[in-house]
Design a protein. Structure first.
Length: 182
């Protein structure tokens, strides 16, 4: 797998409302473990759309991994121009920081937000342009990740598209591993 989309919940869907929340550390560590296993299999590009939460945290993980794996690249493909326009100043700063870490940034729609159709097009586009999906998702807690999961499952049915789930159990394992180290 050379190109992998990574997505998951937005911070507020996880009860995380600022970048100092201790849960972010464990989420990022769990994402790092998954990306390391994919790097062993030839991962070259991580693709995100720049959503708040899991996607921006993934970008930070990729940036850290690049120190050890300089061939790793990050692409941010936003659904439309200025997606951050209505976000808080703090979130806009975090977003701009992440864009600065990326190797490639573009918008799929060359217009500002017009309709939810732009988000559906983005999800479908990223799934079609990638070799697999890593998704932080809990089947018992629907949320924004399901909109990536739907086209990914259709592609899985069509051609075996790999979907790698990160579950709450995986995050709990990361927490436990770190507790055991002390």
């Amino acid at each position: 797998m050379k190109v992998c989309v990574v997505s998951g919940y937005k911070g507020h869907e996880l009860g995380i409302f600022d970048q100092k929340h201790k849960g972010i550390h464990y989420i990022k560590k769990t994402i790092e473990k998954k990306l390391r296993s994919l790097l062993d299999e030839g991962l070259e590009w991580v693709l995100i759309s720049g959503q708040l939460g899991v996607e921006l945290w993934t970008a930070e993980v990729v940036y850290e991994l690049k120190q050890e794996f300089p061939q790793l690249r990050l692409a941010v493909m936003t659904p439309f121009l200025q997606q951050e326009k209505n976000w808080s100043e703090t979130n806009q700063e975090h977003y701009r920081h992440v864009l600065g870490l990326a190797d490639f940034v573009d918008s799929i729609s060359k217009r500002e937000y017009e309709s939810p159709a732009q988000l559906r097009v983005k999800n479908q586009y990223l799934i079609e342009k990638s070799d697999g999906l890593v998704i932080l998702y809990d089947e018992w807690k629907e949320g924004s990740p399901k909109f990536y999961l739907e086209p990914a499952l259709r592609r899985y049915e069509r051609d075996g598209y790999p979907i790698f789930y990160i579950t709450p159990d995986d995050i709990n394992s990361t927490v436990q591993e770190e507790m055991d180290e002390f």
